[in-house]
Design a protein around this ligand. Sequence first.
Ligand code: LLP
Length: 423
Amino acid sequence: ARWGLRVASGRLAVEEVALAEIAAAVGTPTYVYGAGEIAARFHALARACRSHPTLIAYAVKANSSQAVLAHLAQLGAGADIVSGGELRRALVAGVPADKVVFSGVGKLDEELDAAIAAGVRAINIESVAELDRVAARARALGRVTSVALRLNPDIDPDTHPYLATGLRESKFGIAMADAAGVAARARALPELRLCGLACHIGSQILDESPFLASFERLCGLVRALRADGAPLRQLDLGGGMGITYAPADRELDVERLGAALTAAVAPLGLELVLEPGRYLVGSAGVLLTRVIGRKRSGEREFVIVDAAMNDLLRPALYGAYHPIVPVDLAAGERPTIRADVVGPVCECGDFLAQDRLIAPAEPGELLAVLSAGAYGMAMASTYNTRPLAAEVMVRGGELAVTRPRKTVDALIADEQLPAWLAR
Ligand code: LLP
């Protein structure tokens, strides 16, 4: 149950649908999402924050598939978006605009226009220059728009260096020392309504103390800005709540985190906003793959599978660990071997696991790559002209294909030749 998996009638399953059945129906590689696990995660976080008005704005970037978005929207989630594309996806999936917050360090004018016209809840401002630009776009549209200042609280969250965004030297956010000046400027611009403060210190954080430390800094700033008369109404902690990847990973204690956060904002009378991505969908997704073959090179043993770095980039990009288990439970009883699990892509970096103790999988057998629901499909590409993996969602005993596999001809049909080459 730890990774959203179950054993149903002796077979590995997501909810009540056996993974082998999904592979037979849809082929591989395929991302399988459990609707129940997503709902359970959403409810756990909502429950942890129940004592205070809280908006859970799902970070769309973690998994922007329409089925996932629509599912979360129906549960009551808002959306944290970082592009006009994500705004469009969220609105189409049924997220109300007043539950959308717009983050990101490089927002385009046309993206700002779309967000202002839609009436998003807040645009999280990253710099003075951006503040002025948002005001200018709102003026051009004849609108007043709500903004929050994204601050850089200068907190080290103890995570992968690529995932730590709240350090002073990172490109994200406004320095704490500049906050009062930027806030004053925001309040002087009639097109803007300064509605709150925001931060995001990083991703895959399993310890609640860095969250609380940055929140404390923001709460202090709220008091100072209020003393100046700023009408703040929300405090946005960002995302970053971590999940279990390696068996030794501890679980983030969301109950404790939620209790501490709501206790911090309650005296300020501010609404709490959270932007979790991975926490809501990471453990709900499995990448289902089939073994193509085995190979030995010198001392190294390879299990070659039909999923690759283009399907799941995290191991190649961050050295990330994803558990890999055989779908046939009996195979799990075989004495383990030490092997690399690799894909067919022509790169040495194309691995899903390195130097891993696993059950020896034979050609044709299925493997499940776990904790793959976040930043899996969202970061996939068609490198090596490999069509994107299919996606399915399971709810109880129901199976829905939410992204059918494309043919190579469909990929080619997306392009066109210059006239001088067409014949
Ligand atoms: N809010 C902001 C402003 C963010 O930049 C992010 C993630 C989130 C929320 C959601 O963070 P989460 O709750 O999912 O940790 N590709 C990397 C993760 C990059 C995260 C970028 N920002 C990975 O595969 O681990």
